[in-house]
Ligand binder design. Structure first.
Ligand code: GDP
Ligand code: CA
Length: 338
């Protein structure tokens, strides 16, 4: 059984942790130790250079979460982290001061940055880092090429053009997300380099040879949407022989965590589980998904999703702990079998 999942950071990695627990038969209705090979295609649109270090927040969140090194409280970065280097850098007045760079985490970024500088690809570097963390999945970046999400906003300095209209500038996704908490209205997203980015080695194979493809509850715009923007990946998903099932990151009209509503608003999609399903569209209608899970609180929209040609059920979708998340993974497998 080969399962391929597209993933952002926190939502994606937590879901996959539950999926692995389910596959290992760790819970009563688990698979009883199914031998499954899970490949995770990680979003690298959030990647950024900070103080000379190459940082891949979503890949690291997957690696640390599945490898047991994640901070349970924050959901990103390392457990038992300190931020001495970050405050020392701030004392020098060097920007960016808003990026959460932990001391333990810096070791990962140093290894990555040096390996990239030595000529290794991001795929190779990610595999090398995973040799330590043993995430239990094959973790692939969506691309080895630079494809960085930027957000077009009104210049926060208030600058205007000669007609007095606000100047629009593109800032890095991380600056918009962390520094401005996604509160600056986004006009659009621009993924720098996406036109010439190629899927990383193994990505298209993992989609073509999968028995099941999952879109976990990751951000539909800046995580899954970015991965689908890499030329070739969308076509591969549309043409895959495996069923594609998605898990809604929107519950009761809001993101469970984070600011996905600001991202959806920017692309004109309502913040609802049904609107996100409609945005992905049925594969029978040229879209990406065959099945969609919504939370129990959204049970009334199941018929609307089914009317779009997408099979849909309402089940508990809150990843409160690994057991609850494993149950969600079990629901995915059942939905696909049905
Ligand atoms: P990021 O890169 O860290 O933002 O993480 P992802 O893109 O993987 O996931 C973010 C999404 O996960 C957000 O839109 C959240 O609404 C969603 N999410 C987080 N926790 C849960 C949960 O417990 N249940 C569901 N259904 N979605 C969740
Ligand atoms: Ca992310």
């Amino acid at each position: 059984m080969r399962i391929t999942a597209l993933a952002g950071g926190i939502g994606g990695s937590r879901f996959i942790r539950g999926l692995l627990a389910h596959l290992a038969g760790a819970y009563p209705d688990g698979e009883g130790g199914t031998t499954a090979e899970v490949t995770v295609i990680g979003n690298t649109g959030d990647d950024i250079w900070v103080h000379g270090l190459r940082i891949c927040p979503d890949l690291d969140t997957v690696m640390y979460t599945l490898g047991g090194g994640i901070s349970t409280e924050r959901g990103w970065g390392r457990e038992g982290e300190t931020f001495t280097a970050k405050s020392e850098l701030a004392s020098y007045g060097v920007e960016p001061t808003w990026f959460g760079l932990g001391d333990k985490d810096i070791a990962t970024h140093l290894v990555r940055t040096q390996s990239l500088a030595a000529g290794y690809s991001l795929t190779e570097v990610t595999a090398a880092l995973c040799a330590r963390w043993k995430p239990g999945v094959i973790l692939l970046p969506m691309s080895d090429d630079r494809a960085e999400t930027h957000v077009v906003v009104d210049d926060p300095s208030g600058a205007t053009d000669d007609k007095g209209r606000p100047m629009q500038i593109a800032i890095h996704f991380q600056e918009w997300w962390i520094r401005y908490r996604a509160a600056l209205p986004a006009h659009s997203f621009a993924i720098i380099g996406i036109d010439t980015a190629k899927p990383a080695p193994g990505v298209l194979d993992a989609i073509e040879n999968a028995d099941l493809i999952i879109f976990p509850p990751s951000n539909p715009v800046v995580s899954i949407g970015t991965i689908l923007s890499v030329p070739g990946i969308a076509e591969a998903i549309r043409g895959a022989t495996a069923p594609v099932i998605g898990v809604s990151p929107i519950v009761g009209g809001s993101p469970v965590r984070g600011m996905a509503d600001s991202c959806l608003q920017a692309i004109g999609v309502a913040t609802s589980a049904a609107a996100v399903a409609a945005h992905y569209r049925a594969r029978t209608a040229g879209g990406f998904i065959d099945a969609w899970l919504v939370d129990e609180v959204d049970a009334e929209i199941v018929d609307d999703v089914v009317a779009l040609g997408i099979s849909c059920r309402a089940v508990p979708l809150m990843m409160t702990d690994v057991a609850a998340t494993a149950k969600m993974a079990a629901e995915c497998m059942q939905a696909v079998r049905a």
